[in-house]
Design a protein around this ligand. Structure first.
Ligand code: UDP
Ligand code: MG
Length: 319
């Protein structure tokens, strides 16, 4: 809490914990209980910046009630639901601390880990990210797709993204300021966090199940999230078609040679309807995929070019 204050100096907040919240009313009491417990033990000044991401349940009222009891809790109320990554950005924009810690408000990120993060920060690391040792409550399909995504991302992008790591981490002010200089609307936070670099280290933890409520993710959203990640950090999907096209043309050229030889040796036999169909469909397919990939990038360029604000704030309490 903001008690360590010199008489005529504005308080310097050491830790800002940033929690995006979308319909998390059931989790609030337990979340603040555990988070406050963990933070008080550290004996540092702190603030908890909660972003209400257009919740339709009692989250906002709950936040204000908690703020009454604990003024270290600050609330940024967004005008509607913008999605987790943008809500998180809004929170980070409003955080004042010398270090900023994004955390999920469903207790999947254990607040007790902050102590270890702060230790590493004090030891000189500028980014301390929390890596999952285990993924409880996640099916085999989720694990396999996550694994494949990381593999694909690694092979396509220069950014080294740590595995099994979410948004839960501690970032020094330097890294936070760097992050805030990235204006893009496509906010694939994990990638952006990795992109800024700085001296990084990991702390390990076991990811628990959600305390209450349900996840806001489904496979369609995850698929689009993966597309955001790849298109945001790699241009290989755009450029690969030059090579695919060259290769296909080369094969077509060889096939043409082969047909000419066949004609000279055996004369004209008009068989070949199946191979014609295969070639037409194959090339048609490739062209549609190419157009689709162009579309993915173009839609994102369009999004950026419009230059709309990333989020709109209805009200701030304490920020
Ligand atoms: N969240 C948010 N806006 C959204 C979806 C989620 O602010 O549109 C918050 C949510 O309240 C939680 C965090 O993001 O604090 C993680 O969400 P969730 O637990 O649904 O994701 P998962 O842990 O399953 O990846
Ligand atoms: Mg969760």
């Amino acid at each position: 809490m903001l008690t360590k204050m010199d008489s005529n100096e504005t308080p310097r907040v050491e830790l800002s914990v940033v929690a995006p919240m979308f319909n998390e009313a059931e989790n609030l009491d337990y979340f603040f209980e555990r988070l406050n417990g963990a933070l008080k033990k550290l004996g540092v000044t702190y603030e908890i910046v909660c972003v209400n991401d257009g919740s339709r349940d009692g989250t906002f009222a709950g936040l204000l009630a908690h703020r009454e009891k604990n003024p270290a809790i600050k609330v940024v109320d967004l005008s509607r639901n913008f999605g987790k990554d943008i809500a998180l950005t809004a929170g980070i924009d409003h955080a004042k601390g010398a270090a900023v810690i994004p955390i999920d408000s469903d207790l999947q990120d254990p607040p007790e880990l902050i102590e270890e993060m702060v230790k590493q920060w004090r030891a000189g690391f500028e980014v301390v990210y929390a890596t999952r040792r285990s993924r409880q409550g996640e099916g085999i399909f989720k694990r396999v797709t996550a694994y494949l995504f990381y593999k694909l991302f690694d092979s396509m992008s220069d950014v080294k993204m740590p595995r099994n790591t979410g948004d839960f981490r501690l970032m020094d002010r330097k890294a936070v300021d760097a992050l805030m200089r990235m204006p893009e609307r496509n906010r694939f936070m994990k990638g952006l966090f990795a992109w800024v670099g700085f001296k990084q280290t990991a702390v390990m933890y076991d990811r628990e199940k959600r305390h209450a409520g349900t996840t806001k993710w489904n496979y369609w959203k995850l698929w689009n999230f993966a597309l955001d990640g790849i298109t945001g950090f790699s241009s290989i999907p755009l450029r690969v078609w030059t090579y695919v096209g060259t290769f296909v043309s080369f094969c077509a050229f060889l096939y043409a040679l082969f047909l000419i030889v066949l004609k000279i040796v055996y004369g004209n036999n008009v068989a070949g309807y199946p191979s014609l169909m295969v070639a037409v469909l194959f090339l048609g397919g490739i062209q549609l995929i190419t157009l689709g990939v162009l579309g993915e990038y173009m839609a994102r360029i369009y999004n950026e070019v419009k230059g709309r604000p990333l989020y709109l704030v209805r009200d701030k309490h304490g920020c």
